[in-house]
Design a protein around this ligand. Structure first.
Ligand code: DON
Length: 573
């Protein structure tokens, strides 16, 4: 072997290694099942559930409970979420475990003496917490559709909370960045800072992060089920935390909380079935509505990232988000015209004033007339070997919720009450406006943008499972993953990794990821009358796909998540 040949071989091996390290962080394939989430440890907990004979639901529930330990920015016990399930037998389910307004909530609770929106109260006080739904929801899903027992799906979360895990760099940094938030309350100090000689020190990357109180709470849930959270010791600790400030959640609110099985939103897009989340999420309705508006155009032919496609999609998004502001809210409290909004004829009427060569002005686009949405959230996708699939999005609303850990119980509280419309027309933290449909009412669920979604084509034995965090940008992120897959025929990796943009009616502008779009096309969009702004990244769409026997998991390369496959894992791409 000549020196040159050996040198070439060495370079090749190094390149192959670097490449495989880079790509394995984000993509995996297996015929036995995959779990894709924002935390490698959480994805592995899901895979363990599959190894123990569990199905996609067991895996999703184990992953979600583990995210509460390993990804406290959004994984949670003190928040809520939504789950969309598609079973291999063709049945589908939507589970709403969204937080609820406490009984003592009042319509104007986030307005100050002058009647102005008080963001401190709405986002950074104990009053910003809705009654948590995650524990009820995860246990209900597992009980109805899972195969393992409760103890099995909680075991890994308990182990990681009790024994600790090494803090990844990015999470250690984000916890350090919030030092001031933790110092506001005893519960938060105890979890996110280390007491050393009467001094509170920061955690560093790779340090062991042990959460003893959280482990105890998880054990109570494992032993007693929902009673271990909504009653007894945990409930007492939550109410005591409320009473240290202006919190409203009472024992009665906790005891009465239930998750709700709802009829999923069903739509079609070309040859594909769309299954997504109904109210109190606006996600499924808007997704189907936007796909209906796009269906009349040959988006594949128009091309990815072209002026025509970006203009068209922005106009579609503008119209759908105008509808969101007026028509969407908790359907248990407000007559949301779901059927009408997802009707294909309605979509065609809505696009009646679309002009291919000129941006509309949001001031002139009103909600459609019918008869009658850092910051964190996290999404996980699972497909098992039988073809059962789960899309689960869960959140505390803002990153680390309102920053208050329930003292003695070890988990953070949400600030989801800010997702209500505090005052008609007043933008919330995502710039979303709303009105009557989403006004604060006791025991009502605040409108969400979370869009856990499953796309099915039975003939092609095809499944796409996706969803994302990102507040108002969640719905358009999901829309783009779907359109990239179906119209632009991209691989799952490309569908997830491709650059994203977003329009939400108000503010009247397109938000674009900094990297990836052709600057000339952006100039062209401006000449059509669109205003544009840049953002570093939009969304975190941990997704999974099944085509025949091949199951692929992709974690969004924008973040540090990981897709893990069962056993016969092989690197792909
Ligand atoms: O339910 C909602 O729409 C919001 N509370 C989601 C918050 C969110 O995605 C923050 N993340 N980036």
């Amino acid at each position: 072997m000549t020196k040159i040949f050996r040198a070439a071989l060495t370079i090749l091996v190094v390149i192959t290694f670097v490449y495989s390290v880079l790509i394995t962080a984000n993509e995996v394939s297996s015929s036995l099942g995959v779990v894709s989430s924002r935390s490698e440890l959480a994805s592995q907990a899901g895979i363990q559930a599959l190894e123990q004979g569990g199905n996609a639901i067991d895996a999703a529930v184990a992953t979600a409970f583990t995210l509460a330990v390993t990804y406290p920015a959004a994984g949670n016990l003190g928040g809520g979420g939504f789950m969309v399930v598609y079973l291999a037998d063709g049945s589908s389910y939507a589970l709403d475990f969204r937080e609820m307004a406490p009984a003592a909530a009042t319509r104007d609770m986030f307005l100050d003496e002058n009647g102005d929106y008080d963001s401190e109260r709405a986002l950074r006080s104990r009053m910003s917490s809705g009654v948590p739904g995650s524990v009820a929801g995860l246990l209900a899903a597992q009980d109805k559709l899972g195969k393992l027992d409760r103890q099995a799906v909680l075991a890994e979360a308990i182990r990681l909370a009790e024994n600790g895990f090494q803090l990844p760099d990015d999470i250690a940094k984000r916890i350090r960045d919030r030092r001031d938030v933790w110092l506001r309350s005893e519960g938060s100090k105890q979890v996110f800072l280390k007491l050393d000689n009467e001094e509170y020190l920061d955690y560093n990357a790779s340090e062991l992060f042990v959460q003893t109180d959280l482990a105890t709470t998880l054990k109570r849930i494992s032993k007693e089920g929902t009673k271990g959270f909504y009653e007894g010791e945990t409930a007492d600790l939550i109410v005591a935390e409320m009473q240290r400030g202006n919190g409203l959640i009472s024992h009665g609110d906790l005891k009465r909380y239930t998750s709700v099985w709802r009829e999923p939103v069903h739509g079609t897009y070309r040859d594909y079935q769309i299954i997504s989340m109904p109210p109190p999420s606006s996600g499924g309705v808007l997704l189907v509505q936007m796909l209906n508006m796009l269906e009349r155009f040959d988006v594949g032919e128009l091309g990815f990232g072209t002026l025509a496609t970006m203009h068209l999609m922005s106009e579609v998004e503008r119209r759908a988000y105008a509808d969101r502001a007026t028509h969407l809210g908790d359907s248990d409290f407000y007559p949301v015209p779901i059927d009408e909004l997802i009707d294909k004829k309605y979509a065609s009427k809505r696009m009646g004033n679309f002009t291919p060569d000129k941006a509309s002005k949001s001031a002139t686009i009103e909600a459609g007339t019918v008869s009658v949405e850092s910051l964190e959230t996290t999404h996980l996708s699972v497909i098992d070997h039988e073809g059962n699939a789960v899309a689960l999005t869960t959140t505390l609303n803002s990153g680390y919720g309102n920053g208050y850990v329930v003292e003695g119980a070890g988990f953070l509280l949400n600030n989801e009450m800010d997702d209500f419309s505090a005052k008609p027309g007043e933008p919330n933290q995502f710039g979303l406006v709303g009105a009557e449909a989403n006004a604060i009412v006791p025991r009502k669920r605040m409108l969400s943008s979370m869009t856990p979604t499953i796309v099915v084509n039975k003939e092609e034995d095809y499944l796409l499972v996706t969803g994302s965090p990102g507040g108002s940008t969640i719905i358009t992120t999901v829309l783009q993953v779907v359109v990239n897959s179906i119209d632009h025929k991209m691989t799952l990796y490309d569908a997830v990794a491709s650059p994203r943009f977003h329009h939400q009616w108000l503010s009247d502008r397109i938000t674009l990821e900094l990297q990836g779009f052709d600057p000339e096309i952006i100039d062209d969009l401006r000449s059509l009358g669109h205003e544009t702004v840049n953002r570093t990244t939009i969304g975190d769409a941990n997704s999974a796909q099944k085509i025949g026997n091949m199951i692929i998991g992709v974690s969004d390369p924008r973040n540090e998540g990981r897709a893990v496959g069962l056993e016969n894992t092989q690197n792909s791409q």
